[in-house]
Write a protein that binds this ligand. Structure first.
Ligand SMILES: NC(=O)c1ccc[n+]([C@@H]2O[C@H](COP(=O)([O-])OP(=O)(O)OC[C@H]3O[C@@H](n4cnc5c(N)ncnc54)[C@H](OP(=O)(O)O)[C@@H]3O)[C@@H](O)[C@H]2O)c1
Length: 255
């Protein structure tokens, strides 16, 4: 059975690499896999200084693009331009996600439910992934084995939900998981050898988790450690991993 081998990757796409886990994945890939070329996107120009520094340091192997993944035409323009530069993507990781923002706080109870916040959660956490899969289809060739992964969250596991709350984040990550599984089945039908994966990165010190870390009993990793964990999970995966929801340690998470 063919295995995904990080040592042989050439072209990588990281969506949402301005900061947090996406930035660390970009940096770790650049440092540890010297033959790969990385295309990355960021949206918020006020939070991408570290990525821009990396770009000047690795000018010959890193290209960053300003893309709003919620804007279909921005995403399409970017993927069309990418198709002119590369023929095959070996690894795609979507790191876009939101738990809180200026206008969003995770719901503690039904009293906090609002149409706007739920729609925003689903747009950012769920819908970017199938849009990307559609637009990247021409770059996911039948061979060699490639990976199309999105960062999900364990709280999106329906079986694991014993605490309640966080309606929008939980449900939008569950929907993301369904999209990932459905994309996996379509890859098989299309005879594209690409592993469609949902990955829980583990609790990680980033802007997304920062307000909730004081109270957590979970082990908290640095973004750098999380990037290494994610890449470890991907390395050596075989075709039977397609459509799975994987934890940062490589174990499978129940839907
Ligand atoms: N940190 C954790 O403990 C943890 C745990 C489980 C799962 N995750 C998942 O891991 C992924 C990465 O999160 P992170 O921890 O690295 O957080 P982060 O530093 O806040 O990064 C979030 C990413 O999502 C993008 N994003 C946020 N709001 C957006 C919007 N409205 N439109 C478009 N893009 C938007 C950000 O881009 P811009 O800033 O450029 O807009 C950034 O690239 C997320 O999917 C998250 O759910 C994280």
């Amino acid at each position: 059975m063919e295995k995904f081998n990080l040592e042989s990757i050439k072209n990588v796409l990281i969506i949402g690499s301005g900061h947090g886990i996406g930035l660390s994945l970009t940096e770790t890939l650049l440092k540890n896999y010297q033959d790969c070329f990385i295309y990355t996107t960021y949206r918020d120009v006020s939070r991408c200084d570290s990525l821009k520094n990396l770009e000047s340091q690795y000018r010959s192997r890193l290209v960053t693009s300003l893309v709003n993944p919620l804007d279909e035409s921005s995403l399409e323009e970017f993927t069309n331009e990418l198709s002119e530069k590369v023929q095959h993507l070996d690894l795609v990781i979507n790191c876009v996600g939101v738990l809180h923002s200026e206008n969003m706080k995770p719901e503690k109870s039904l009293n906090d439910i609002s149409m706007k916040q739920l729609l925003d959660s689903f747009a950012i956490n769920s819908i970017v992934t199938p849009l990307l899969a559609k637009m990247l289809l021409p770059l996911l060739r039948p061979k060699p084995l490639s990976v199309f992964a999105s960062l999900s969250a364990k709280v999106g596991s329906i079986n694991d939900n014993t605490l309640g709350g966080w309606y929008g984040y939980r449900a939008s990550k569950s929907a993301l998981n369904m999209f990932i599984k459905t994309v996996a089945l379509e890859f098989i039908n299309r005879k594209i050898q690409c592993l469609s994966l949902a990955i829980h990165p583990g609790t990680t010190q980033t802007d997304l988790s920062e307000p909730y870390l004081k109270h957590t009993k979970l082990n908290v990793n640095s973004p750098e450690k999380t990037a290494l964990n994610i890449l470890n999970v991907l390395n050596d995966l075989s075709t039977d991993a397609n459509g799975k929801f994987l934890n940062w340690d490589g174990s499978e998470i129940s839907w």
